[in-house]
Design a protein. Structure first.
Ligand code: DGJ
Length: 725
């Protein structure tokens, strides 16, 4: 419910368990008052403590305006006029001057949640929205802050639009999406960091007076950093304590920061990175900033995770696929790399079909003259000479074996060695007079140029129409550099990064309009663009190029902190693992891939008969657990990342009648008792059967589930629990 208490000039947004409160100070500024556990009262203006000696003068005395701006907890901060903390909005006027002052203008509360023009965003029924309008009277710009909630979720969705109501063009130097002011107290940051093949490792640090910054300037959300930031109470565990989290529904450069101020308040912000961003807001134009999802939990990280998972499953991922059983696939990348033809692919498909695998995915190397990673991106024509047949014929033969067919694409790129580049060198992003920097031997296409975007769309669609292709893996293998365009005028060069993301979204939207049943999996050199923006288009995203089961424990823990397991691309691959060289049992690889979209990525014709013999039952176990994996509540029981010994997670059905526990012993220890693993989320009074034994829920949650010590490193166990009626 959303309300405005006119008497106290307070806005209050309630979800079932939370309240978010802001108020108008002196009829002029919009200040943040409270975010946290549900509060009944709207009489909360006192929290701002305006009568205290430090603020009193400032509020009522124009001579202390800067003093006020320097200390008020703003709902949306602005630069250049007295708030010296992190700003959300920075504008350069037509006179080249910087400075904004946003004052309260009006509000509207309505049913529903409008879409965000050109951007992915949460959607769904039973929503309510508050829009608060702020104005800069000198620049004549208007900022509309938007807050939405869904009846079935404790998340709060925020975004904003900036309107230029003047007759002069202005430039947005910074237009972040959300700001959250938390008062005094101690907080720690929880963020996800990494590198290629090492994505989304969790890091936790105390917040101090220096700025804690999470950012990407790579044009993608990136391997290195993640558009997520949480401030948690120092006592926050999986089950207890407070967490305030922000997650950005955006796939390009981002900026999220937190710091303590001089009064020990904390400001956390999130939005498009101001570096590499300068948006010309012409007279009469509007700029839409992307959505930030905010989650508050007073029951630790598990609760935060559940709110994100449910929100993304019910209000972000397209419903066509979210709860649909996805085909168990086999991908040829780690099996063959670029060295394949139709005969090789068909031999994989044939063997796979015999073991219950349901789809073959042909990865990189089927087009142009691409036998290595140094050519042909942009030339989306099938290399029939290499394949030995047409795509249509290959797909028909795969379908005849009872398998669906999927294909790999990398539409945002252009190889210097391609017909497309030779014909249109100006279609690559480039800085005048400077040789473009290549990464993986490729340039990025300038998607702000309509004919480049149109041409690639058309050639990709042509391929997809030429055969019965039911799945696309959309890859993206380098960061954006030389982010300048030969198409855009000079005053719009600061728009290239954001325009690339907008064009990518428009492209994927068109793709799904054209092929509504297509199963799309996004990917970016592994998991460099695993973010809510991409999830809006694809129900699953390739999580990491590191398929080693042990490395994956850390990567998948960080990913599942926010994203539902049904979104996490995970495959069983061959050993020694191609990235780290580690040998792990086939069963462990399967147990770990089960906490995701489950598939295979190996040459099934070459693995041992013993391993082949396990595939059908692995697929069966996955399918038996699919409802839990796609719909259940995920609990992090133990973290190898933190204890260096073992990992354990549990998935419980919403009705608490079923659960599955995955336990991975990374390192064996000598001379120890068996383990007792305390489960969570069960009905205390119910009796659950686990293997041949029965336990009451309260015993499993308090005393624990007994697990026999496994022999050897890298061993896994999957335990199913079913309520006995
Ligand atoms: C990076 C992806 O993450 C891999 O799975 C594979 O598709 C390669 N690109 C192909 O170039």
């Amino acid at each position: 419910m959303i309300q405005f208490d006119r008497e106290h000039q307070v806005f209050k947004i309630d979800t079932k368990n939370t309240s978010y409160v802001m108020g108008v100070v002196s009829g002029r500024y919009l200040a943040h008052i409270y975010y946290g556990k549900y509060i009944e009262s709207t009489d909360l203006g006192y929290v701002l403590d305006l009568d205290s000696s430090s603020l009193q003068d400032a509020v009522f005395n124009e001579g202390e305006k800067v003093t006020l701006l320097d200390r008020l907890p703003f709902e949306y901060s602005f630069a250049g006029t007295g708030d010296f903390r992190q700003s959300c909005l920075a504008v350069t006027s037509s006179a080249g001057q910087q400075g904004v002052e946003l004052v309260y203008d009006s509000y509207e509360i309505f049913k529903g949640k409008p879409g965000l023009d050109g951007l992915p965003a949460t959607f769904g029924d039973n929503a309510e929205t508050l829009e608060v309008t702020l104005r800069d009277e000198v620049l004549n710009i208007r900022v509309v802050l938007s807050y939405s909630v869904f009846a079935d979720s404790d998340a709060l969705m925020r975004s904003c639009r900036v309107f230029n109501d003047s007759t002069e063009d202005v430039y947005l130097d910074c237009a972040l999406s959300a700001c959250l002011e938390l008062g005094g107290g101690e907080y720690q940051t929880v963020a996800l960091h990494g590198s290629w093949a090492r994505e989304r490792h969790m890091e936790r640090l105390p917040v101090g007076f220096g700025t804690y910054l999470v950012e990407s300037r790579r044009g993608i959300s990136s391997h290195q950093s993640h558009p997520f930031l949480a401030l948690v109470s120092p006592d926050c565990t999986q089950e207890h304590g407070e967490a305030y989290a922000m997650n950005f529904v955006y796939s390009g450069n981002f900026f999220a920061s937190a710091r303590k101020d001089q009064f020990e308040g904390h400001r956390m912000v999130m939005g498009i990175h101001p570096d590499g961003f300068r948006w010309k807001l012409a007279a009469g134009d509007v700029f839409q900033a992307p959505e930030v999802v905010m989650v508050y939990s007073d029951a630790g990280l598990d609760r935060m995770t559940h709110i994100f998972h449910d929100l993304y499953r019910n209000h972000l991922i397209r419903q066509r696929w979210v709860y649909q059983k996805r085909p168990v696939l086999i991908n040829n990348w780690e099996a063959t790399y670029f060295d394949f033809d139709a005969r090789k692919l068909l031999s994989i498909a044939k063997e796979a079909a015999g073991h219950g695998i349901e789809m073959l995915v042909m990865d990189d190397g089927w087009f142009g003259r691409r036998d290595r990673d140094d050519s042909s991106l942009g030339d989306w024509t099938v290399n029939e000479e290499k394949l030995g047949c047409s795509l249509k014929s290959l797909v028909e033969q795969v379908n005849a074996l009872g398998l669906k067919f999927g294909i790999w694409l990398e539409p945002e790129m252009i190889s210097p060695d391609s017909s497309l580049y030779r014909e249109h060198p100006d279609w690559a992003l480039q800085i005048q007079g400077r040789e473009g920097g290549q990464a993986r031997n490729q340039y990025v296409l300038d998607f702000s140029r309509p004919e480049a975007l149109g041409y690639i769309c058309q050639s990709v669609f042509q391929v997809l129409k030429s055969a019965n292709i039911e799945y696309v893996k959309w890859d993206m293998n380098r960061p954006l550099t030389d982010a300048a365009s030969t198409y855009l005028p000079k005053e719009q060069q600061g728009e290239v990064f954001h325009r690339h993301v907008l064009a990518l979204y428009a492209f994927q939207e068109r793709l799904l309009e054209e092929f509504p049943d297509l199963l799309l999996e996004n990917c970016a050199s592994g998991g460099a663009r695993f973010d809510p923006g991409m999830l809006y288009y694809s129900p699953q995203i390739w999580c990491s190029d590191d398929t080693d089961a042990i490395e994956r424990l850390k990567i998948q823990e960080g990913t599942a902190l926010i994203y539902p397991l049904s979104a996490i691309g995970a495959h069983v691959s061959d050993c020694p693992n191609h990235i780290v060289g580690r040998n792990t049992p086939f069963a462990t690889r399967s147990a770990v891939a089960m906490a995701g979209t489950f598939g295979y990525e190996l040459d099934i014709t070459k693995i041992s008969e013993k391993e082949k013999g396990q595939i059908a039952s692995q697929v069966k176990t996955y399918q038996e657990n699919i409802d839990l994996i796609q719909q259940g509540d995920y609990y992090r029981i133990a973290s190898y990342q933190r204890n260096n010994l073992y990992d354990c997670y549990e998935i419980v059905s919403k009705d608490q009648t079923k659960a599955v526990v995955v336990f991975v012993q990374v390192l064996a220890e000598a001379n120890m008792h068996n383990r007792l693993i305390r489960l969570r989320g069960l009905k205390p009074e119910a009796v659950y059967q686990a293997g041949g034994n029965c336990y009451r829920g309260d015993a499993l949650m308090q005393a624990g589930l007994p697990l026999k010590r496994l022999r050897g490193d890298f061993q896994a166990e999957v335990i199913s629990l079913v309520e006995r009626k």
